[in-house]
Design a protein around this ligand. Structure first.
Ligand SMILES: [Zn+2]
Length: 172
């Protein structure tokens, strides 16, 4: 007998996955039995849903959320080439295999496009930097020139929220 999910079970896995952002799905896939070399011919392969469910069962919802936030924070810093030794070390401890993480990230993105769109609540997962912020050294604010009014080019210098570690709601 092939291991097919019956309808109610499949529906509940989909509901579970919809509740997860791409970052959380990546964390779940990394922790699952998904082969590191997994590259589906079919972008929307439903096996991915099963593996995401398996990863959530293994780590628990809170841990998935925490690691997902850290992964989102790491990518923010990494994109701007600001990864410090501390941030890089903690990231590698969490994800020792860059190859596996890469596979998990690409399957998680595909799951958003083809399988289950995340709910707005899932998309609002905050990005958290695991370590001292390389931009503000943990102060949470930076000295900069802020545009007060676009139309008149009115700018003022002063402290404002750090754009790297204090992202606006939903801007992660
Ligand atoms: Zn900062």
């Amino acid at each position: 007998m092939p291991a097919t999910l019956d309808a109610p079970q499949a529906a509940s896995v989909t509901a579970l996955v919809e509740d997860l952002s791409a970052w959380e799905r990546t964390v779940a896939l990394y922790a699952s039995d998904m082969p590191s070399t997994y590259g589906s011919q079919i972008p929307g392969d439903a096996d991915v849903l099963g593996w995401i469910g398996q990863g959530v069962a293994r780590l628990g919802r809170d841990e998935i959320r925490q690691r997902g936030s850290y992964l989102a924070g790491y990518r923010r810093v990494w994109l701007r080439k600001l990864v410090t030794r501390e941030i890089g070390r903690r990231h590698s401890q969490r994800f020792p295999s860059a190859r596996r993480l890469n596979t998990a990230e690409s399957r998680a993105s595909a799951s958003i496009l083809y399988l289950a769109k995340p709910t707005p609540a899932a998309q609002a997962l905050p990005a958290v930097i695991d370590g001292q912020c390389p931009k503000c050294d943990g102060a949470g604010k930076v000295w900069a020139t802020w545009v007060i009014d676009d139309a008149s080019d009115w700018c003022e210098e002063g402290y404002g929220p750090c754009w790297l570690c204090q992202p606006e709601e939903g801007a992660a």
